[in-house]
Design a protein around this ligand. Structure first.
Ligand code: VG1
Ligand code: CO
Length: 544
């Protein structure tokens, strides 16, 4: 194998965000841009010679050429084996599972997740470590530092690999195996859930379902598992074919973007259960007939009922949620007397807790839930979890949710996103918020008295590492919270996320519209951050 060292010049913007490096495709297509970042990763890692690298992506535009580039670079840098999903496809949770199952050194996942795809849209890449989870901050910082000074990368002169044919290619000391992207993952799901019960419930028509793959990666997974293995009708999976531009949509599973699903679930004669997943298959949106389950509630409900699922009959060791996720799961943990951890946004912070056996379930308000079966959030796993619960409890989604609220109370919750805000304005807003942190505590606004106002900082209980500036929190005496964060996954300007939550114990008041119930907090949020005043916006781009 002929290996060539190519001279390159560093780019100064390769700092990974919440979940890898995400940029416009055009940025990634600049000479050496992808190569620099991949080489910066390899240069920052030790001891992979002869070891296995897993490679796959969500199928978006630029996925295939990127995979061919990375194959040649991995070969030149001395990996011994590459495992690649057929067609260059692997969902994020499936990649995590394959890394773990085959004891790989790590994996590269090509995805910008929920961001739109196509020649003028977004691309992304992230590195996952040997536990199958996203690289921790110390690694992503090292990648960035290396990228700032990189002056060459290595590539091997080998032919492009046929990504569509399953099988193994041997090139000198390197073996490249193209695997079916679904098989290992489907087997894992079978080992967690009661597939017989699911088959009965779906086959008998007790559960009717609709899954929206949003023309992203989960189409093939959902068809194999829900239709072929569990017997759902073929039309239960919509938008099932992965497309390079996701059909021109945002593959972001929420009521705004999964429009077709939303219309059916809130229309006449909806199915019992409806769900959607995102670009790379790690997120989930759960709905039932005329009901949307907030991700924070979904996490709490899963935690409260986990013992009904075969893999979790022993109960949970503990749970974790990201800081802006509602406190609903905290109530379940307190009731079951298990620990509940609060981490910064991003799945990389759950890895240590899962590895150390401190938690079994974890989740984020952004439609992400997962467990110790992999080290990523997992969209279809969450869907199967809910289906298994419905089949086992023989209750509708609405009944499951209402019963949960009756027992634990309802954490009324919503998130407002202001997208593509000019950087300077966004920084001004954050500065303005920071300036109020000392004076807010003790002040009263209507029925809300500020108990604390701070910037969230996390000390990892396993390795002691500290992550600061993880969002501004304003907490009130009655347990309500307003949180402000700038997104770390966007590619245009800044996205301000405002997270609002208020606890309602009174069951007679549970059936309320969240926006109405949170109106006073929404006004307070504007009073504190002045986004409308400073940017002239009249409303958020997305409300979830
Ligand atoms: C968002 C979500 C966060 C999630 C991240 C990656 O990050 O808020 O909870 O972990 O996306 O998810 P941010 O920094 O934009 O708020 V995915 O499905 O894009 O890999
Ligand atoms: Co995702």
């Amino acid at each position: 194998m002929h290996i060539e060292t190519i001279t390159t010049h560093p780019y100064n913007d390769q700092n990974p965000g919440t979940s890898g490096l995400r940029k416009k495709v055009k940025v990634f297509q600049q000479p050496g841009y992808l190569e620099n970042f991949v080489q910066a990763i390899f240069d920052s890692l030790d001891g992979f010679t002869g070891k296995t690298l897993v490679l796959g992506g969500d199928g978006r535009y630029f996925n295939r050429p990127a995979i061919q580039i990375i194959i040649k670079m991995a070969a030149a840098n001395g990996f011994g084996e590459l495992i690649i999903g057929q067609g260059g496809l692997l969902s994020t949770p499936a990649a995590s599972h394959i890394i773990r199952k085959y004891n790989a050194f790590g994996g590269l996942i090509l995805s910008a997740s929920h961001n739109p795809g196509g020649p003028d849209e977004d691309f992304g890449i992230k590195y996952n470590v040997s536990n199958g989870g996203p690289a921790p901050e110390k690694d992503t910082n090292a990648f960035y530092q290396r990228s700032l000074v990189i002056d060459s990368y290595k590539t091997a002169h080998i032919e492009d690999i046929d990504l569509d044919r399953i099988g193994t290619h041997q090139i000198d000391n390197l073996s490249i195996t193209i695997v079916d992207p679904v098989t290992d993952y489907a087997e894992l799901m079978q080992s967690i859930f009661d597939f017989n019960l699911l088959k009965q419930s779906i086959g008998s028509g007790y559960i009717t379902l609709l899954f929206d793959a949003m023309h992203a990666i989960t189409g093939p997974y959902a068809k194999r598992i829900l239709v072929d293995m569990l017997g759902a009708t073929p039309d239960s999976v919509i938008n099932a074919e992965p497309l390079e531009d996701f059909g021109g949509h945002h593959p972001d599973p929420n009521l705004a973007h999964a429009q077709e699903l939303a219309e059916r679930m809130f229309g006449s004669a909806p199915p019992v259960f409806g769900a959607a997943s995102d670009g790379d298959g790690d997120r989930n949106m759960i709905t039932g007939s005329h009901i949307f389950v907030t991700p924070s509630d979904s996490l709490a409900i899963m935690a409260a009922n986990a013992h009904l699922i075969p893999a979790y009959t022993q109960g949970l060791r503990g749970v974790a949620r990201s800081m802006p996720t509602s406190q609903a799961v905290d109530r379940v943990a307190a009731c079951y007397n298990i620990p509940c951890y609060e981490t910064p946004t991003g799945w990389k912070f759950f890895g240590n807790l899962l590895d150390a056996g401190k938690i079994t379930l974890c989740g984020e308000e952004s439609f992400g839930t997962g467990s110790d079966h992999v080290r990523e959030k997992d969209g279809l796993w969450a869907v199967l979890f809910w289906l298994n619960l419905i089949a086992k409890k023989r209750q509708s989604v609405a009944d499951i949710v209402n019963e949960h609220w009756q027992k634990f109370g309802r954490d009324i919750y919503c998130r407002h996103d202001y997208e593509a805000v000019e950087m300077d304005s966004a920084n001004g807003i954050v500065e303005h918020l920071r300036n109020q942190l000392l004076t807010l505590p003790g002040q009263t606004f209507g029925e809300y008295t500020v108990k604390y106002a701070d910037e969230f900082s996390y000390e990892d209980p396993i390795d002691g590492s500290i992550s600061s500036n993880q969002g501004i929190r304003i907490g009130f005496e009655n347990g309500s919270r307003i949180i402000f964060r700038l997104s770390g996954t966007g590619t245009v300007g800044a996205t301000l996320r405002i997270y609002l939550e208020r606890f309602e114990a009174d069951a007679s008041k549970h059936d309320q519209d969240a926006q109405m119930a949170l109106a006073e907090l929404i006004n307070l949020a504007e009073q504190f951050c002045e986004i409308k005043k400073r940017t002239g916006r009249t409303e958020p781009n997305v409300v979830t």
